[in-house]
Design a protein around this ligand. Structure first.
Ligand code: AMP
Length: 117
């Protein structure tokens, strides 16, 4: 399991040792603004405990995944994109240009988004 000691940047954000612009949190998930936003609203939602990516999710992780979506819903409302629309994205692996090995969901919106691909 990767952790702060192993140098996971998002674990460091959870612990507070690396600063981030926090957008919200609950018991199991944390949300913060992407440092390199691609849209007016670009927020990352992560589990507080380390999971590598979507391929590492097991049935016993269902509570943390539900908490990530609960946080995404509340942020979408607060950022006023729940009615206009937004995108939730989880990248996995090189072909998706996944650059951070700690599970994260991009919440992207605030403008008309292009097609994916
Ligand atoms: P991905 O390509 O799906 O792995 O996305 C990783 C995202 O993390 C990118 O959009 C980065 O801009 C973002 N990111 C990397 N480091 C930080 C950081 N310290 N604070 C906020 N966002 C970050």
């Amino acid at each position: 399991m990767t952790s702060v000691e192993d140098g996971c940047i998002f674990c460091h954000i959870v612990s507070g040792s690396i600063p981030a612009t926090i957008s919200g949190e609950n018991e199991m998930a944390l949300a913060f603004r992407d440092i390199n936003p691609i849209a007016p609203v670009h927020i990352l939602i992560i589990p507080k405990s380390h999971l590598e990516n979507a391929m590492a999710i097991r049935p016993e992780d269902c509570a943390v995944i539900a908490k990530m979506f609960e946080l995404a819903q509340s942020i979408a409302k607060r950022e006023s994109v729940s009615e206009t629309g937004f995108r939730l994205v989880m990248n996995v692996g090189d072909d998706a240009a996944n650059s951070v090995g700690h599970l994260h969901m991009h919440l992207i919106g605030g403008k008309r988004l292009g097609l994916m691909g």
